[in-house]
Design a protein. Sequence first.
Length: 604
Amino acid sequence: MQAISAHNFHIPVMGLAFSIDTPIKVGPFGINSAISIIEDNLLETMRRYYLKKIEEPYIPIGKHETNYRVRRIKAYLNLMQRLVNSEFEKIKSSTFELGSDLVKYFEMLPANSGLKKKYEYFMSLGDPHEKAVVAKSLKDEMIPGAIEVNIMTKVDKDNLDKEGALIENGSDALTALKAYAESDLKNSSLIFSAGMNPRLYNYLENFTEFDAVDYGQFNKRVVIKVSDYRSALIQGKYLAKKGIWVSEFRIESGLNCGGHVFATPGILMGSILKEFKEKKEELVSSLFDLYASAVAEKGKKVFDEPHPIKITVQGGIGTGAEDKFLHDYYEVDSTGWGTPFLLCPEATTVDEKTLQLLLKSKENDVVRSNASPLGVAFNYLKGTSGEKERLDRMESEKPGSPCTEKYLVSNTEFSDKPICTASKQYQRKKLKQLEESQLSSEEYEKEYQKITGKECLCVGLSNAAPHLYNVPFLPKQQAVTICPGPNIVNFSKLLSLKQMVDHIYGRENHLTQGNRPHMFIKELELYLDFLKEQLIEISEPTSRTIRDWKNYCGNLLTGIAHYKELAMNGLIEKADTFKKAIEKAEENIKLIQVKLEDQPLVAN
């Protein structure tokens, strides 16, 4: 199938639970959305819930069964596809009555959609016969939204069999990939996030499900989430040499996004999008040369032209004007709207207590935290039950979490077998080591907070769905952690699916913070804050660190120069406010550059 969509936006993966059944909710309305498939316990819980809901028998896939993980993931994906198709056909077979889901499907379409224009023509008709003919044509052109799956490449723990031997191709990410490849999903995408995992990419080569069916047509497409052009080129070439075509590069803001954040060296979103726009043909051509050779060598069908590549973007988009600008100026194919959808129960799955926290969140409630055991910065909402549980354990001198899921185990400092830095086992040993370190009280407190700041994300990011649907998940572990982007503070009311879609397309405005900065300005401010944090944290920088900081400042100024040009050409809404903000940031960066010139150095 071609990479088609009824809409020009998509809903990205959010945590583990928050978008775990989003495709079931929005897919029948033609909206593409993504889920994480790493937590098989959660997927099995959701399969049990939905089978009960549709009154079908549930046969458990137990942890002691052969290939249980692959079977669990595949079973849930297949059920999702069946549920989306069933509801879609139900909508499609209904009549065009005011307030119906069929009318809702068409009313939500973007104004520039050919199908939307045909629908508006249909609504203007008076002749019943002609109206019936057009109605049939409209229904024939309807398509459901795609079910996309996300694999975070860093979450790839090896697994052992009953005898303690390493299971070949049995790691968490590899088994998730196998389950997806063998699933019934069609017109679907596999999204790789968090950088390159050679073992995972090499394994991809074993599955013909990712081969082109015809020119530009794939049943299952490969998508790579990237933070800059260089990353896209490196990862795209690596896969092209294996005969794997990357159908989409999904650009995400390094800091202005939800969940884990991967800061660039000061390269701003505008600069990144500009480079993709200017070099897209070069990117496609360079990948096709490698891809065509690899496909020919494998004896597979060779195409005369490169398959299309989509460039999409997500991270901090908040208004219809921003969305339109990204499409019109940078020519992106789709925009990702994640965080605002957390306030749309028709699309996402958030328990009531956490939902109320999101609704009340203010500027300082979303922080870039040390909470992730992966050692990567993590955007995080304060005040959740997950944070409270962690603080209560510290207060009772029992820091650390039970480690039942073990998806984020990686540390071998105290054992041959990797353990999680959020676990009781690790934190007790690390704190004992800290007590013996003879650090100053200030340094001790700093290290103590680093150690105890880790939170169990496997459970915290999974619990919202079991809480909301009242289905058993993990006994005695009830904490919820949520990781919205900074943009959440600009939305503070519940929205229906139609209201949210109308906001995206600029037909309505549901922002509740009137002084919200442009998405480019917000990201610039986040990068400037990030740099200032680094300057404070590293009190004795090396010459290499200074060089990196100077490069960071240079990249920020390059981005600012591009933004000035956009404002000068009238391409940015509220241009005067925008220009004042970038001029203020520019002054701060130049002051930092002066300080860097006078910075005392230590040896590398």
